[in-house]
Design a protein around this ligand. Structure first.
Ligand code: FES
Ligand code: FES
Length: 162
């Protein structure tokens, strides 16, 4: 079994992994980061979305070995300095979760969506982009509201930093 090394949430993680080990297994079982969920075995639900080198990836569709040397961010690494990321804060504010199972993947996909498309994001764009994320509680209305609100906050932060 070869060692796989990656930077996860700013910390180096090096663990032995079989060639068939999925990135989501490496993160949950190897790194102990269980915020990334597994909700299907067909790459459809999006509960496992993390960022690999800044882009959203379904971590059940990638081998751990393919992420060797990569920078990975999981839901546990999104808050900074004790402050929730604006997307996490917006999900809380707008009640964008019910059981919470889909939430880590929704939030990681949503942050990537705003990073790629900017703000403001309208409802149709958000719904189209969420095609790969399933909420079994069907709380889409508030999820969309939360993402729209967070996109405005993130755009404001970007402008302030410029
Ligand atoms: S667990 Fe990855 S898409 Fe469902
Ligand atoms: S909040 Fe329950 S699956 Fe989305």
């Amino acid at each position: 079994m070869a060692n796989v090394t990656m930077t996860v949430n700013g910390k180096s993680v090096s663990k032995p992994a079989e060639g068939r080990t999925l990135l989501v297994e490496f993160l949950r079982d190897g790194a102990g980061l269980t915020g990334t969920h597994v909700g299907c075995d067909t790459s459809q639900c999006g509960a496992c979305v993390v960022h690999v080198d800044g882009k959203a990836v379904k971590s059940c569709t990638m081998l751990a070995a393919q992420a060797d040397g990569a920078q990975v961010t999981t839901i546990e690494g999104l808050a900074s300095g004790g402050e929730l990321h604006p997307m996490q804060a917006a999900f809380r504010e707008h009640h964008g979760l019910q059981c919470g199972f889909c939430t880590p993947g929704m939030i990681m996909a949503a942050v990537d969506m705003v990073n790629r498309l900017g703000a403001p994001l309208d409802e149709a764009a958000i719904r189209a982009e969420l095609e790969g994320n399933i909420c079994r509680c069907t709380g889409y209305h508030n999820i969309v509201k939360a993402i729209a609100a967070a996109s405005e906050t993130m755009a404001g932060m970007k402008t302030a930093a410029e």
